[in-house]
Design a protein around this ligand. Structure first.
Ligand code: EPZ
Length: 427
């Protein structure tokens, strides 16, 4: 197991390059199986979820090569019938492999997806959508069996702008027979990044970034190289950290429109922003102000993946801030640990009220999921004394090297991995 040690009380200064986006890299890696050739990705984040996704492809016969942030994926030797349960059950994203693998072969069997325990995370909309594209799906007790005589385009109206379902339909539609229209599509920047990758590979897509996406199936996709977008949630996390502990930092590689909702909240809390073409400077105020109302919504609303980090940040703000989580039903798991560190937070179902400012003190705490773990890092940076965060492998699922990044900005932080446990790059 690994853990993170932080000695709080340091403000943050300097600049860092923002890592590649986890939630763009995962669907783009899934899409790499569609061209039956070679894909070269740049700025691919070296994180556990990416490793698991690549290992699933590798175990089905794909060739993988890393060189720092570059990864090459060779898929002409893949057998895509059965997907290994070893990794597929460890993360949510394995479900979007269905669309990609069906787009490539005739049948796929895979275990149910895993992922953070932030909610039930059903897959009913994924199944409904693929069935509408001529996929026969048999939901067995511990695996999903899919067969198709050929994917067919269709008009699919989503009950909700689901990110993963939009991605699954895109991956199934690009090589399907006919036209697919997605109504109420998700508009997250990661969807647009996936579409840019697919179009660069030869797919015929229009409307990405809007709630109506139209895909005309093509016969084949060709080899591609592509630079993955910067991770807007990692950027938002570091912005919230700087706001919480003071100082000023520059985040390189990030576009303001991808972090607009988070930036607006931080400006409301008194932060200054200087926006450059490909980077953002955030200047923290001497005293953060409470933020009246934050409601998590699908993009372009405030991202649910920044909700926990904002709870930790607003513990430093003067006054009462309110956060309402509309997307996942169990995304306040980090609150008891924040309270143990001195946070004054009350939760009533989907609403959390932070009564700030809170005098945070170092504690031994446990990360139970990815973004809650990031919130504990922010709380540790702001706390007096030493904080030890156990379960930091959850954080490694989405942050390439949070200790290196924050250490570069002046934090007193280190990641300790139990050396009996092999780190993934050793495999
Ligand atoms: C993606 O998850 C992200 N994960 C999540 O990021 C993010 O929180 C979420 O989108 C919302 O933005 C990746 O991209 C790998 P959804 P996804 O389908 O696709 C319900 C992180 O921290 N739903 O948009 O699983 C679902 O339960 C992670 O990086 C169904 O009911 O999210 C949820 O309430 C956490 N049935 C809502 O829709 C379905 O079949 C939104 O989920 C599918 C979803």
């Amino acid at each position: 197991m690994s853990h993170i040690k932080i000695r709080g009380g340091h403000s943050l200064h300097g600049e860092i390059e923002v890592q590649g986006a986890k939630n763009a890299a995962l669907p783009i890696i899934a899409a790499s199986v569609l061209n039956n050739g070679m894909v070269h990705l740049r700025r691919c984040p070296q994180i556990m979820d990416v490793h698991h996704m690549l290992r699933i492809l590798q175990q089905s016969g794909a060739g993988i090569m890393w060189d720092d942030g570059d990864v090459w994926i060779k898929t002409d030797q893949m057998d895509t019938v059965a997907v290994s349960s070893l990794d597929a059950g460890k993360m949510r994203s394995s479900i979007i492999l269905l669309g990609a693998l069906l787009g490539r072969g005739q049948e796929v069997t895979m275990p149910y997806p895993g992922g953070c325990t932030i909610g039930a995370r059903p897959i009913d909309w994924h199944i409904d959508a693929l069935r509408k594209m001529n996929v026969q799906i048999d939901l067995k007790e511990n695996k999903i069996e899919c067969k198709t005589t050929g994917l067919k385009g269709n008009r699919i109206e989503l009950p909700y702008p689901s990110v993963g379902v939009t991605e699954n339909i895109l991956l199934a539609a690009v090589l399907a027979d006919g036209v697919t229209e997605i109504i109420h599509a998700a508009m997250e920047p990661e969807i647009a990044d996936l579409c840019r990758f697919l179009k660069k590979s030869g797919a015929c897509i229009e409307g990405e970034g809007t709630e109506r996406i139209r895909i005309k199936g093509v016969k084949t996709l060709h080899d591609t190289e592509y630079t993955i977008m910067a991770d807007r949630i990692a950027a938002g996390t570091y912005m919230a950290a700087a706001a919480a502990v003071g100082g000023e930092i520059v985040l390189k590689g990030i576009h303001i429109e991808n972090v607009r909702a988070v930036a607006d909240v931080l400006v409301e809390s008194g932060c200054g922003l200087i926006i450059y073409k490909e980077s953002i400077k955030i200047i923290a105020p001497s005293m953060l102000l409470a933020v009246k109302e934050i409601e998590t919504e699908p993009y372009p609303g405030f991202p649910t993946d920044m909700q926990s980090q904002m709870l930790a940040c607003l513990c430093q703000a003067r006054g009462d801030s309110t956060v309402t989580e509309h997307i996942f039903e169990n995304r306040y798991k980090v609150v008891p640990e924040l309270i143990r560190m001195g946070g004054n937070i009350t939760v009533d179902q989907r609403r959390a009220v932070i009564h700030g400012p809170c005098r945070m003190h170092g504690e031994k705490v446990e990360a139970k999921e990815l973004r809650g773990g990031a919130a504990l890092v922010i709380a540790g940076l702001a706390a007096e004394g030493e904080t030890v965060i156990h379960g930091s492998e959850h954080i490694e699922r989405g942050y390439q090297d949070i200790c290196r990044d924050l250490g570069q900005l002046g934090a007193e932080i280190c990641c300790i991995t139990d050396h009996t446990e092999r780190r993934w790059e050793d495999n």
